[in-house]
Design a protein around this ligand. Structure first.
Ligand code: GRG
Length: 293
């Protein structure tokens, strides 16, 4: 199947499920649900859920069973973006072409909406239809680890500590592996867990996720410089504004490109070791590698 068509189709099924998971009305909590829908719906590439669905399918799992767990990755991603945009963190007024949540509502609402999306994610996993208790526990454990202290939150703490510092490329990779790569790896592992792959296959999938995550983040650093206006509506890169060390600030644009390509190749090599038909995953990874937004 053509990758653009595949992405549109999967994106639509994720949008529909997200729409069901966060209803328009909720007794006593209308404002919370309204803010959650504002952050979650109508924007975003949905790469993490699509990746989880694609890995499930490639490894012989049931995509219907994977839909709600895949959506949870988008809830966690949305929560991280809401909190990341707050004045106490990156202080960004716009997200996905609209005012960020604390600008549309207020900072208190933004904190609580992020907290709600995080907490609700674990409720969704615990109650996910069709999955065995053991599968749910593995998903919950994976998500907690990858979004927690050794994963995304830990990466964000390193990121805050690194502001104004000159990081080595190795230190930057550690930061980025956690801050961005961990949730991408979780998406890949979710697919493996739902498809019930062997421990050896899970290792290859994890290598795929980690290398893809690194390539994704380096490409994000590159786009922050080369496509700042499309991404942030601001000619000055947000990383430059925030005095962030990035792959581009350490390596320069050309070497950063080469590094992203090398990491993407490692991801593809890991895929090649799997016994499944991974053409769809290769296409998806290559598409992520050539993204321009
Ligand atoms: C505040 C707990 C906490 C964590 C924040 C992931 C993160 C940690 C912050 C996001 C900041 C950022 C812009 C990181 C760069 C990589 C990245 C996650 C880009 C955005 O992801 P995309 O391109 O965005 O998938 P869309 O809008 O398509 O969903």
């Amino acid at each position: 199947m053509n990758i653009t068509h595949y992405l549109e189709q999967e994106k639509q099924s994720v949008e529909n499920a997200l729409n069901t998971l966060i209803p328009k009305e909720c007794e006593d909590s209308d404002k919370l649900y309204e803010a959650a829908r504002y952050a979650l719906l109508g924007g975003g590439k949905r790469l993490r859920p699509i990746l989880a669905l694609a890995v499930t399918e490639a490894c012989g799992g049931n995509k219907n069973e994977a839909l709600y767990p895949a959506c949870v990755l988008e809830l966690i991603h949305a929560y991280s973006l809401i909190h990341d945009d707050l004045p106490c963190m990156d202080d960004d007024d716009f997200r996905r072409g609209k005012p960020s949540l604390h600008k549309k509502y207020n900072e208190g609402h933004a904190v609580l909406t992020g907290d709600f999306l995080l907490t609700y994610s674990f409720e969704i996993l615990a109650n996910a239809p069709h999955l065995s208790p053991s599968c749910k526990i593995q998903l919950i454990d994976t998500l907690a680890k990858k979004s927690g202290g050794d994963g995304m939150i830990g990466g964000q703490v390193l990121d805050m500590a690194s502001e104004g510092q000159n990081l080595s490329f190795e230190a930057l990779k550690t930061l980025q592996d956690r801050k961005t790569g961990a949730l991408i790896t979780a998406a890949v592992q979710f697919g493996g867990i739902i498809a019930n792959v062997s421990p050896m296959e899970m290792e290859e999938l994890t290598q795929f996720g980690e290398s893809l995550g690194l390539a994704f983040q380096i490409i994000d650093d590159i786009l922050d410089i080369t496509h700042s206006e499309t991404k942030h509506g601001n000619k000055t890169s947000s990383d430059v504004r925030n005095h962030k060390t990035t792959a581009v600030s350490i390596l320069g644009l050309e070497k950063a490109h080469l590094c992203a390509e090398a990491s993407m190749q490692q991801a593809l090599n890991a895929l090649a070791k799997l016994k499944y038909d991974t053409r769809l995953l290769r296409n998806l990874a290559t598409h992520i590698g050539s993204r321009t937004m």
